[in-house]
Design a protein around this ligand. Structure first.
Ligand SMILES: Nc1nc2c(ncn2[C@@H]2O[C@H](COP(=O)(O)OP(=O)(O)OP(=O)(O)O)[C@@H](O)[C@H]2O)c(=O)[nH]1
Ligand SMILES: [Mg+2]
Length: 449
């Protein structure tokens, strides 16, 4: 067993983020919420770059607010403002009449740049989404291409400014490109944007890494959507091809949300159904993104750097498995010994909700357990360790590494379970049958980019 403290004094690592679509925005927000990102900037030679891109401005406000208050916090501590660069970019949906000509104009530029599969020929009866609606994957991909290669190239400009800030860091850096697999915007734009960023000469010490969040069973039409299946295929293709052509040469995390969704959902049945559902989704997504980003910047980014060094450009499962949630089976003032059985039960649910196919095995496993000081941390470490080694480890118990840390909220406990490497066939979300999708053939084609 290792403890988190062993990595404390290593060289600082910088963590930068690009968020795409609504889920991407939640990860941007999560990074700015961490105190560690702020502390990281107190050190010489560190920088932070953040960029948020979405179609429509409905989902960018909260992240922008967090970025603004992050700036204010830096100022109050006397940290130079230029250590952090952040911008958000809202893309418009072109009108129906200009969309076709724009596709024709961008196609040769897109293809020369190494892009594949842009909408051509245009489907008949193409209906563009209205502001605020889901953007089909193919349309999002086209809108990203316009922003990268046409007219005043707003995405290319924002990427250049982002890259300049990353290059100002004098320590190794990781750029996380965060998006939801199941939506259209993030999943449609991520690969082309990552590829273009990779061309900006970030240098040997910068790792370009995907951070792709899976849908969960509370996601309605987004659950295991066609867009998600296509995006998983794209990840598999790019990660199994040549590293110099990969969108994410540093690796790609697949974030599994199901266990956290289940934990939050179980036994919370009060209130009005729709409002409750929306609230639970909001809480799950924020909790998962917070867990990932808090881990990424913890101990000066040392854990992230170690996993990426170990996983060497692979697809890495990152399962945020929640064992207790405030107010759900745990209440302040209860006899804490009564929680043990429940915590053990939720640890035992790991294989049910991990999103991994039966029989999946790997040669290295990390678990980062967060518990309050009053929970029986040793018992939880043992239980989880036994389970993970038996379930997932091919051989050698010393290829299992557990880390533990106290969580500030005494009712919460969870583990980040990290499993390099996974292929698409290892993901239950990929083989999900039937893949729900629009019944209309035109609409279906637009998700299948
Ligand atoms: N319902 C809901 N889902 C969320 C929320 N935040 C993130 N998600 C997740 O977002 C996924 C859908 O992808 P989004 O990130 O919304 O999609 P997008 O990239 O903005 O693309 P569009 O579909 O074009 O809007 C679902 O699987 C949800 O798990 C939230 O506040 N509510
Ligand atoms: Mg969206």
């Amino acid at each position: 067993m290792s403890t988190a403290d062993t990595t404390k004094n290593s060289e600082p690592q910088c963590v930068h983020v690009i968020g795409l679509g609504r889920t991407g925005a939640v990860y941007v927000e999560a990074l700015f919420r961490t105190g560690e990102a702020e502390d990281n900037l107190t050190q010489d030679g560190t920088t932070l770059a953040g960029l948020l891109i979405d179609i429509g401005d409905d989902d960018i406000q909260v992240a922008n607010d967090y970025a603004r208050s992050f700036d204010a916090r830096l100022k109050s501590r006397g940290i130079p403002a230029e250590k952090c660069h952040y911008e958000s970019l809202v893309l418009d949906i072109p009108d129906q009449a200009t969309f076709g000509p724009k596709i024709n104009a961008v196609l040769p530029l897109y293809t020369t740049a190494g892009g594949e599969g842009l909408l051509s020929p245009l489907p008949k009866a193409l209906q563009l989404p209205k502001p605020g609606e889901h953007t089909p994957r193919a349309i999002a991909k086209a809108i990203a291409a316009f922003g990268l290669y046409l007219d005043d190239k707003p995405i290319a400009g924002a990427l250049q400014r982002f890259a300049d800030q990353v290059k100002r860091a004098r320590h190794p850096s990781t750029v996380l490109i965060a998006f939801g697999l199941a939506g259209g915007t993030g999943s449609g734009m991520a690969f082309d944007i990552a590829r273009e960023l990779g061309k900006l000469g970030l240098g040997e010490t910068v790792r370009l890494v995907g951070l792709a969040q899976l849908s969960h069973s509370g996601d309605g039409v987004y659950q295991n959507s066609l867009a998600q299946t296509m995006a998983i295929e794209d990840i598999d293709r790019t990660m199994s091809g040549a590293a110099e052509k990969s969108a994410f040469p540093g690796g790609c995390f697949i974030v599994s949300t199901e266990h956290s969704w289940q934990r939050l959902t179980a036994y919370t049945k009060t209130g009005q159904k729709e409002i409750r559902q929306h609230f639970k989704q909001l809480v799950t997504n924020r909790f998962v993104a917070d867990s990932v980003m808090r881990w990424a910047v913890s101990d000066n980014g040392a854990h992230l750097a170690r996993v990426l060094a170990k996983a060497g450009g692979k697809t890495i499962m990152f399962n945020v498995a929640k064992f207790s949630h405030p107010g759900v089976q745990v209440l302040p003032g209860q006899a804490r010994s009564t929680w043990d059985a429940m915590l053990q039960q939720w640890i035992s649910f790991v294989p049910n909700y991990a999103g991994l196919a039966d029989g999946y095995k790997t040669d290295y496993v990390e678990a980062h357990i967060y518990t309050s000081r009053n929970m029986r941390n040793g018992m939880m470490m043992d239980e989880l360790g036994k389970l993970l080694k038996g379930l997932y480890l091919k051989a050698g118990d010393d290829n299992y590494h557990a880390f533990t840390r106290e969580f500030f909220d005494e009712l919460t406990s969870y583990a980040n379970i990290i499993l390099p490497s996974v292929k698409k066939s290892d993901l239950t979300a990929y083989g999900a049958d039937p893949v729900p999708g629009p019944a209309d053939a035109n609409a279906k084609a637009l998700e299948q980019a």
